[in-house]
Design a protein around this ligand. Structure first.
Ligand SMILES: *Cc1c(COP(=O)(O)O)cnc(C)c1O
Length: 472
């Protein structure tokens, strides 16, 4: 049924509503919520969407995932509140504009939002939806999140001042850029609590999952891309990107996506599932290439993440992969449980043992490539020289991979631009020998907030639980 969700690990396949999944975040059994079935878009639907604004398009797509959990009129208002021209610095109502950087090669700018990250698109909407639902239920919610850099400020921008929500955000002590830290510092206070962990992003993500399994904290909400609300809010921009480049409906298009937790590209996979003519979905990783190796070999192996110059992709436990595995394993929760159990106990699991090969990725249009620091630097420079446009290091990882795949076959290729370069000045300077003038809104950011804006703790749940108890 439209708008119903099940957990990837629940053998009863008991379905819940969109809004229940929204507030739960992670399922109580540790699984992720997925739709009971994928809605479908026909060719006529796509033709009709082509003439619509981004807001109208987002409404039509979201409605297919929300079902009747939020009335249409209310959903429209939430979208209007989430996507304003002022917040997204656009004058024409296209929140995800394209620009061409090569023959049949395009960038889709997903980073016009308040914190210059693609995450703003889903999180602005998520904040609105959670707030709406809490008001309807007359409830409050404590949210615990983890960030490798961009989720933090983006989620904080989305829920700052919403008084039914308290947000505790975990970030790693090392790895984030100065700009990313400054963005978070500036949001501290009121309903926003920033906590710095002596560890990596994966440790932060583990703490979130650990607390969620603890009965005392089981009602914690989530803003990470484990939240189905986020994944479903990203599907519209794949549809929009497709419609902006396809010369006729039915023509195929490729997408290349800078990938960490697999949230962004999973939404592309869903767009493909619901009927958007996407040929290839290319996962682009940095040196933390767990996902790229998995697609190449079928083996998912945990390797501790190291710090790179595209820090928002420094991830080795790829949460959203479980949603893909669920489909791969014929939507059998018992097989998923077994698969994930083997991964967590052995640190490694092979699809072959579950009767599959890497063909499963190809059948689903999923390809891979990875990039190094040198590639990134080279690509930032070459895109600047050839197309007079400055791209951020994450987008550069994807452009690097895109250029390896691009052939002259007339199939448009869209690279998702996941952040603006201003967030990663140091790397831009290394590549170009200069740092571009900052937009007015970013100018004095680094002088805002103080060091005490972050509460420092070790990577251990005892202190974290204590801190949350004391502040709620
Ligand atoms: C979060 C992030 C990514 C990774 O996105 P996932 O959905 O986790 O795969 C890539 N680039 C930037 C700039 C990000 O902030």
């Amino acid at each position: 049924m439209v708008g119903r969700l099940i957990s990837t690990r629940d053998k009863e396949k008991k379905s819940i509503s969109y809004t229940d999944a929204l507030l739960n975040g992670l399922a109580p059994d540790g699984g992720l919520y997925v739709p009971t079935e994928y809605p479908q878009l026909t060719k006529d639907d796509l033709i009709a969407l082509k003439s619509k604004s981004y807001l109208e398009l987002a409404f039509e797509i979201k409605k297919k995932f929300v079902g009747n959990a939020i009335p249409d009129a209310a959903l429209k208002v939430l979208l209007q509140n989430a996507y304003t021209k002022a917040k997204f610095h656009t004058s024409d109502g296209n929140f995800v504009p394209l620009r061409q950087i090569g023959a049949d090669l395009f960038l889709e700018n997903l980073s016009l939002g308040p914190t210059a990250s693609f995450k703003d698109i889903a999180l602005q909407q998520l904040g609105q939806e959670i707030n709406y639902e809490l008001n309807s239920r007359n409830k409050n919610l404590v949210i615990l999140g983890a960030t490798s850099g961009d989720t933090g400020s983006s989620a904080e921008a989305a829920v700052k001042g919403l008084d039914r929500i308290k947000l505790f955000m975990l970030s790693p002590q090392v790895g984030m850029s100065n700009f990313q830290k400054a963005q978070m510092r500036a949001f501290t206070g009121g309903n926003i609590f920033n906590i710095s962990i002596d560890g990596r992003f994966d440790d932060c993500q583990d703490l979130v999952k650990e607390l969620k399994q603890d009965p005392e904290f089981s009602t914690l909400g989530a803003v990470n891309s484990i939240n189905w609300g986020r994944i479903s809010s990203q599907v519209p921009y794949f549809v929009s990107g497709y419609l902006q480049v396809a010369s006729e409906i039915g023509q195929e298009v490729d997408f290349v996506v800078p990938t960490g937790n697999l949230g962004n590209i999973l939404s592309g996979y869903i767009a493909r599932k619901i009927g958007v003519p996407i040929r290839k979905l290319i996962v682009a990783t940095n040196e933390n290439d767990v996902m790229a190796k998995l697609i190449k070999t079928g083996v998912y192996e945990l390797i501790a993440a190291h710090i790179t110059s595209s820090p928002s992709m420094d991830i080795s436990k790829v949460s959203n992969y479980e949603r893909l595995v669920f489909d791969f394993l014929d939507r059998n929760p018992l097989s998923v449980k077994e698969y994930m159990k083997e991964f967590s106990s052995e640190g490694k699991v092979d699809l072959m043992k579950f009767g599959m090969s890497t063909d499963i990725f190809v059948e689903n249009g999923i390809f891979q490539g990875s990039s190094t620091h040198q590639n990134r630097i080279h690509t930032i420079k070459s895109v600047y020289d050839e197309a007079k446009t400055i791209i951020d290091p994450h987008t550069a990882d994807a452009v690097t991979v895109a250029k390896r795949y691009k052939v002259d076959d007339g199939v448009p290729m869209i690279v998702m631009e996941t952040a603006l370069p201003v967030k990663f000045e140091h790397t831009i300077n290394e590549a170009l020998g200069f740092t571009p003038e900052k937009e007015e809104r970013f100018k004095d950011l680094e002088s805002k907030g103080t060091d005490s804006s972050f509460y420092n703790i070790s990577s251990n749940s005892t202190q974290l639980k204590e801190y949350i108890r004391n502040n709620i």
